[in-house]
Design a protein around this ligand. Structure first.
Ligand code: ADP
Ligand code: MG
Length: 488
């Protein structure tokens, strides 16, 4: 178990997340207004989104399909009948005065996400339920010193609220959960997972207690919008609660805000209870009844998900757990890898070289040019050609790095680049021996020092000999022959 130890003994941490995931859909949950991010304020607002009297909601069935797909992808049960409810509260950016949500009977019950737990084992983080609801608008307080503004573009956009059981035991587990959830949602194409734009944000419930006693009183940190912030906020809150309990006080059940500039949480309001919201069934919408055939049809559209893909990459291509989970974390990345390996699936050596080159050099290039894998200037087939040249010792890994850069700039085939630059690796013993002899003749004094015990000069000789061959010597052969000649 992962307990936190202080001078007074052990503490156990309990965390549950309520994740708001914006549904990928071109139109809103109950209106035909656009969901586009970053448009001019109040451009995408229908009478309904502005809550004009007399307007009535109609459910967007595509949004419902997206939520069903999410539920199935997260191993939940799709309820054949679910209902909408009104959650009443006053807020300037909530023109209706209530939010249409699902409270008593949500669309999806149960489900789970598997993560690597702190123990090193795989752990199921259970979901309580997933419901759909509409988003509120946005209040803007930093445009004028005396006025606030309201942008209703977000008002009415469809959200899925994914609520976990209190199954998480540390900030690392909470981060692992959110990372895995985001990866699955992106595979499903039901939420873009873009935390910067607020498409995915988490309310984080945290409590601490002594092992063997009942769970402590929790606080809830609202709207955490990055995985880094999640980690910092949980660690801060855990420390804060332990300090309170150790001083003999009680943790107050309250809603808190995370301030990313200080890394601290601060009290926002005392926690409201569900009865404060006066939930009641939404009279303007009929029950959401689902035909089993509709659910079955959606089930068929679920792609292979990250965990299954990761296991298959390990099994089929002999990749390490680390390489496989990195490549499987994004569907587009795994697709790139498998396209590169297409037709060469049984070549385990090539599979490993390709994985290394994607995770290492290609990632670095993509980062440098600020491109995603789908925008790579190097096609999977071309990268495979490069990997083959490395595998068959036509070129050294060192020269391959230069070749990769040129491939990015010119789209030429790696073989063409090798020929044009005369970059074939020198593997001939005789030729390499000749170059080493020259180096040893050039540095007779250093050879004497080496033989006198200054063995770290070995690297110097390697460097000089490599230079003589313009970096083209096979490193292993070079190493072996140098040793042989020096020790002779
Ligand atoms: P509420 O009805 O007040 O929203 P819920 O029971 O629905 O409370 O739980 C909300 C979230 O809080 C869930 O993600 C749940 O896992 C988490 N949670 C519940 N109890 C605790 C606790 N003692 N410590 C940490 N998280 C908790
Ligand atoms: Mg709740």
């Amino acid at each position: 178990m992962n307990y936190i130890e202080t001078s007074t003994g052990k503490w156990e941490v309990v965390i549950g997340l309520e994740v708001h995931a914006q549904i990928i859909s071109t139109t809103k949950l109950f209106s035909a207004a656009s969901t586009k991010f970053g448009d001019t304020p109040n451009e995408n607002v229908t009478f309904l989104d502005a809550a004009l009297p007399g307007t009535l909601p109609t459910i967007n069935s595509f949004c419902v399909d997206q939520a069903i797909k999410t539920g199935l992808g997260l191993n939940g049960t799709v309820n054949s009948a679910s209902f909408f409810d009104r959650k009443n509260y006053f807020y300037a950016d909530l023109p209706l005065g209530y939010q249409i949500t699902q409270f008593y009977h949500p669309l999806i019950s149960g489900g789970y996400v598997e993560i690597n737990a702190d123990s090193g084992e795989t752990k199921k983080v259970h979901l309580d339920h997933i419901h759909i609801e509409q988003d509120a608008g946005k209040s803007i307080h930093d445009m004028s010193p005396v006025k606030s503004f309201i942008d209703l573009n977000r008002s009415g956009i469809g959200l899925m609220e994914i609520v976990t059981k209190p199954d998480l035991r540390s900030s690392t587990e909470a981060a692992a959960f959110l990372r895995k959830l985001r990866s699955i949602l992106r595979y499903l194409k039901t939420c873009d997972g873009n935390m910067d734009e607020g498409s995915l944000r988490a309310d984080v419930n945290i409590s601490v207690h002594r092992p063997g006693t009942k769970y402590g009183t929790r606080t809830e940190i609202k709207n955490v919008n990055s995985i880094k912030f999640l980690t910092i906020a949980v660690n801060f809150e855990v420390e804060r609660q332990i300090a309170i309990l150790e001083s003999g006080d009680d943790v107050k059940q309250e809603t808190r805000l995370f301030d990313s500039s200080t890394g601290k949480t601060k009290a926002m309001r005392s926690k409201e209870n569900s009865h404060d919201y006066r939930y009641f069934p939404e009279p303007d919408l009929p029950p959401l009844q689902l035909d089993p055939a509709r659910v079955a049809a959606i089930q068929k559209t679920i792609p292979e998900l990250p965990d299954a893909k990761m296991q298959r990459l390990q099994r089929d291509y002999g990749l390490s757990h680390y390489d496989a989970s990195l490549l499987a974390s994004e569907k587009e990345l795994a697709d790139y890898y498998e396209r590169a390996l297409h037709g060469f699936e049984s070549d385990k050596g090539l599979a490993k070289i390709l994985a290394n080159w994607i995770i290492g050099e290609l990632f670095a290039l993509l980062n440098r040019h600020d491109k995603t894998i789908e925008q790579s200037e190097i096609s999977p087939e071309r990268l495979r050609e490069l990997a083959s040249l490395i595998e068959t010792n036509v070129i050294s890994g060192k020269i391959a790095k230069d070749i990769l850069e040129i491939m990015w700039e010119t789209q030429k085939s790696p073989l063409q680049i090798v020929e044009e630059n005369d970059w074939r690796q020198i593997t001939s013993d005789d030729e390499i021996r000749k170059h080493i002899r020259e180096v040893l003749a050039d540095y007779v004094d250093k050879v004497v020092e080496y033989k006198g015990g200054k063995y770290k000069l070995f690297g110097f000789f390697i460097g000089q000999a490599m230079k003589k061959t313009q970096g083209k010597a096979n490193p292993q052969t070079l190493n072996d022959i140098l040793k042989e000649l020096l020790d002779a």
